[in-house]
Design a protein around this ligand. Structure first.
Ligand code: ADP
Length: 407
């Protein structure tokens, strides 16, 4: 009879999607913190409340579901979560999980690492909802759904902020009256699960570079950049919330706070301003066409062109800023949907970086999204490394499970 390996569930609940991945913890990982649990299956529902679509596949690529549902059938995150679990359990003969790892966007000043979830932790995460209004409530819904179904099951919160927890006060300050800083109104930084994964991956593929001054550009629907020294985050372009920094699919990135005051003075309510800054700005707001980079790159509409140009310009500016913090640059890494897959966007960003940093892309390698996309004579090597936030959650969850004697 074959051994049944422990199973970890990884849940990533976004604003209109729920993604569930099932990881198997191999025997070798029971005592070794560096061994990555293996992905067995992944399911997701996108378009919750609008046009729910379920897709699920096993790690070998076998598709076990690809189905559109009526809105009423998957009206909320709870329903989505149950449907994915049901779908995946068929393929896995329903081995019950030994732990669930959740992506939690905001850990505030309280959490510098992943943590086992209990009532006090939930209360602290609730208090951070206003700082991540689009994500945190859904992260908490998923946690509560699992708690209600299997109260004794270990749940672990893995934070997008935690990787940045060691930042110097200079990187955390905003020049408001100091009492606000003391009350937690600071620049935290996000996408930390992605950056933690990339730091780990870079140590594996290029340890010499990982030991130096590295900028990682996580360019997905959300986008930020992180400055790392010796694999640790020292600065992020994102701040108190995931709105700051460079423009994104629908989020504005850095803007003059005076613009917000102007909107308020026009009589726009706080909720409407929030909806605009998070959902109607960025690439979508400028182009008026789409938040999807592929659509914009394929368009010759002048505003689509402007949106892409502005995106590349701002990303390059942020790289300059982070290089100042690092006192130089030893490697540049691109990751996430746009970063890892769009040769065109990398080309446009790097076009700004030749003069200052001597960055030169190899056109052929870049077009093929290979691991090293810079020429040999590029002063700064440029790498493309796909990210794996869920793998990182599985790794942290396995570590906490092991610490608690669960492996
Ligand atoms: P999320 O932040 O939701 O995880 P992703 O990391 O998958 O999102 O990034 C989504 C973005 O990546 C979209 O704007 C999409 O258009 C873009 N993208 C994916 N593949 C390509 C590609 N080949 N060229 C340009 N953009 C791409």
């Amino acid at each position: 009879m074959s051994t049944v390996h422990p199973v970890i569930l990884v849940v990533n609940a976004g604003s209109s999607s729920v993604k569930v991945s099932i990881y198997v913890v191999p025997e070798s990982a029971h005592h070794n913190v560096d061994i990555q649990p293996e992905l067995a299956a992944h399911g997701q529902i996108e378009g919750i409340g609008v046009a729910p679509r379920l897709t699920a596949r096993m790690a070998d690529g076998r598709v076990v579901a690809d189905e559109q549902f009526p809105v009423e059938q998957v009206a909320d995150h709870d329903a989505a979560f149950r449907l994915i679990r049901l779908t995946l359990s068929v393929g896995l003969r329903d081995t019950p999980p030994v732990a669930v790892g959740h992506r939690v966007v905001h850990g505030g000043a309280d959490f510098a690492d992943a943590v086992a979830i209990d009532d006090p932790v939930i209360a602290r995460l609730e208090a951070l909802v206003p700082l991540a209004p689009l994500h945190q409530p859904h992260n908490l819904t998923a946690i509560r759904a699992v708690r209600a179904a299997v109260p004794e099951l270990l749940q672990v919160a893995c934070f997008d902020t935690a990787f940045h927890a060691g930042h110097d006060p200079l990187a955390q300050l905003m020049a408001l009256p100091y009492e606000y800083y003391e009350r937690g109104i600071r620049r935290y930084g996000f996408h930390g699960l992605s950056y933690a994964y990339i730091a780990r991956r870079l140590r594996q593929v290029a340890p010499d570079l990982a030991a130096g001054r590295v900028i990682v550009a996580h360019l997905g629907n959300g986008a930020s950049l992180c400055a790392m020294r010796e694999g640790r985050s020292v600065e992020s372009t994102m701040g108190l919330t995931a709105l700051d920094g460079m423009p994104m699919g629908t989020r504005c990135g850095n803007i003059d706070p005076g613009a917000v005051l102007w909107l308020a003075a026009q009589g726009m309510e706080a909720d409407a301003i929030q909806a605009m800054l998070y959902g109607q700005s960025g690439l979508k707001g400028i182009s008026g066409i789409s938040s999807d980079m592929r659509v914009l790159l394929a368009s010759n509409d002048p505003r689509a062109v402007l949106a892409v140009n502005f995106y590349a310009y701002r990303a390059a500016q942020e790289i300059g800023k982070l290089a100042v913090t690092l006192g130089g640059l030893d490697a540049l890494v691109f990751t996430a949907g746009i970063g890892a897959d769009s040769a065109e966007v990398r080309t446009r960003i790097c076009a700004y970086l030749d003069g200052l940093f001597g960055v030169r892309l190899d056109a052929q390698a870049n077009a093929a999204n290979t691991q090293r996309v810079s020429r040999d004579d590029s002063r700064v090597p440029v790498l493309v490394l796909p990210t794996d936030e869920e793998g990182m959650i599985a790794l942290s969850t396995a570590r906490i499970l092991r610490e608690r004697g669960g492996l």
